[in-house]
Design a protein around this ligand. Sequence first.
Ligand SMILES: C[S@@+](CC[C@H](N)C(=O)[O-])C[C@H]1O[C@@H](n2cnc3c(N)ncnc32)[C@H](O)[C@@H]1O
Length: 228
Amino acid sequence: MKAPFPKLIELPAAPLNASPAPELTSIHAARRRGPYGSSKYRGNCGGYLIRDLLRYYQPRRVLDPMTGSGTCRDVCKELAIPCVSMDVRFGQDAADANLYEAVGEVDFAWLHPPYWRQIVYNDDPRCLSNAATLDAFFVRLRLVLRNCRSVLTPRGKIAVLIGGYSDRGVFQPLPHLTVAAAAQEGLRMAATEIIRLQYGNTSSSRTYRSSFIPGLHDQCLVFESGRL
Ligand SMILES: C[S@@+](CC[C@H](N)C(=O)[O-])C[C@H]1O[C@@H](n2cnc3c(N)ncnc32)[C@H](O)[C@@H]1O
């Protein structure tokens, strides 16, 4: 029987409003990654969502504490926004508060952490992908959120891109747990969650013997200071 769902789905119309980035809605579907960062870096994201967020929030300075291949750094370069980047692969642990003394104030932090151990990046015990348990992952993610918040201006925002996945047979709803962890750090959601459709994932071209509901997206969660 033919599936009743079309391959191409028209997005619902978004209401007109005063947004400086009207294309930015709760669904982000960019088929290409743009000339930012490197597609070869595992678990990298494209640059268009970051670009839309920066056009929307218009920060004067950005912090990118888990830069990977530098996608956020490259978007900032294009938009001429100063950006401070760090990564544990360069020896900088974003969970270490001492590193932030040199950062100075920022209006926006782009945080793209490992999705726990879905991809293990290296064998550095400080890397979040090496956290032995989910609790240990969130202990360290909370430290990173706390550090980012410590350098945020009062109107500043922290955007976290993260997705849920099945870890050894147990589904881990990392975005939901991140909202709870952020609340523990005095951060509340500043806008709707943004569902980012993931095109070209390695898993999309594989065939599996087991049955599951494939996840085709991750989520971008934007936080600001303030209790719920
Ligand atoms: C999902 S990747 C980021 C990819 C990046 N958005 C890009 O486009 O290439 C996660 C990154 O977090 C880094 N990382 C993990 N733990 C870290 C820590 N404690 N401090 C700083 N960076 C960390 C990893 O080395 C990895 O590069």
